[in-house]
Structures are given as structure tokens and as C-alpha cells.
Ligand binder design. Structure first.
Ligand code: GTP
Ligand code: MG
Length: 152
């Protein structure tokens, strides 16, 4: 089913929020397909944020995502892209609603703790950029049946 790239950004790792962020996706019922704790190279950062190339904050954005280790993950569920974007909240921490990850833990503009793909196309592009196919795991959670119920 649908997959998305979620990255706990350097501020999220440094502030000890990686577990909290994983926990929210885990409790929602999303399935983890892969993860790695890593430093982001400038090359990866520039490609990942290529849609923002030329914007005034692009260089700062690249510096930020490279400024410390990150936890990159692939999560899976039907409709996960829209759901995970809602759970992250608005882009800027000070705009994000309470109850969302950014709304609960960030007051910043740029330092907003977490990245999530924003469309099926960008998810495919980003997962291919960050992960080799062999790093992704396909598995059946034992509680799968209880998570969705009968289809309408
Ligand atoms: P990501 O999940 O990180 O892609 O965030 P997003 O999809 O909510 O926002 P978007 O892709 O538009 O921007 C990517 C990142 O650039 C944001 O998460 C911010 O860290 C940063 N950013 C976006 N717009 C601005 C801006 O106007 N000023 C600054 N300083 N940073 C920005
Ligand atoms: Mg984005």
C-alpha cells in the first residue's frame, strides 16, 4: 500500500523527540518499512529539497538538514501521505495546531522537527533517494485485521 518518507530532522534528534515521533506513527497503526539513523550529505540534501532551489531559504534549509544526524524512516498504510501530513501539522511550528507534532513541540519557522512527503510522486522520488529497495522490509503485523475493520 501507500508509502511515505518521514525524517526526524536534526532538531528532533537533538531534542530527544525521535521516540515520541515514532510512537505517534506506531500508535496510529502505520507500519514501519525501514529506518536508518544517519548524517545527510550535502548532495542528498540538495536533491531532497530540489523543489525549493532558488528560494531565499534554500541554502539555510540545506545547512539545517545537514546540521546533525537524522532518523530517516519509511512508513506504510493506505492513505498515509495525507494522514501523516495532518499529524505533523502546518509547516511552521508557530502556526501548527496543538495535537500535531509541530504544534505540540515547535515554535520555530524552519526548525520544525519532522519531514513527510507531500504527494505520491514526491514519496516515490524521496524514498528512492534515501533508501535502497533492499533496506525496506515487507511484513504482516499480527494486528492488521483489527486496525481497519470491514471495508465500507
Ligand atoms: P517538509 O516536510 O520538511 O518538506 O515541510 P513542508 O512540506 O511542511 O514544507 P515545505 O516543503 O514547503 O518546506 C520545506 C522546509 O523548508 C520546511 O519544513 C521548513 O523547514 C523550510 N521552509 C519552508 N518555507 C520556509 C520559509 O518561508 N522560511 C524558512 N526559513 N524556512 C522555510
Ligand atoms: Mg515539503
Amino acid at each position: 500500500s501507500e508509502r511515505t518518507l518521514i525524517v526526524v530532522k536534526p532538531d528532533g534528534v537533538q531534542r530527544g523527540l525521535a521516540g515520541e515521533i515514532i510512537s505517534r506513527f506506531e500508535r496510529k497503526g502505520f507500519k514501519l518499512a525501514g529506518s536508518k539513523f544517519m548524517r545527510v550529505s550535502e548532495e542528498l540534501a540538495r536533491k531532497h529539497y530540489q523543489v525549493h532551489e532558488g528560494k531565499y531559504f534554500y541554502d539555510r534549509l540545506v545547512r539545517y538538514i545537514c546540521s546533525g544526524p537524522v532518523l530517516a524512516m519509511v512508513w506504510e498504510a493506505e492513505g498515509i501521505i495525507a494522514m501523516s501530513r495532518k499529524m505533523m501539522g502546518a509547516t511552521f511550528g508557530y502556526d501548527a495546531e496543538p495535537g500535531t507534532i509541530r504544534g505540540d513541540y515547535s515554535c520555530s519557522k524552519g526548525n520544525n522537527l519532522v519531514h513527510g512527503s507531500d504527494s505520491v510522486e514526491s514519496a516515490e522520488f524521496e524514498i528512492g533517494l534515501w533508501f535502497d529497495e533492499g533496506e525496506l522490509v515487507s511484513w504482516e503485523p499480527a494486528n492488521e485485521h483489527w486496525l481497519r475493520g470491514e471495508k465500507d
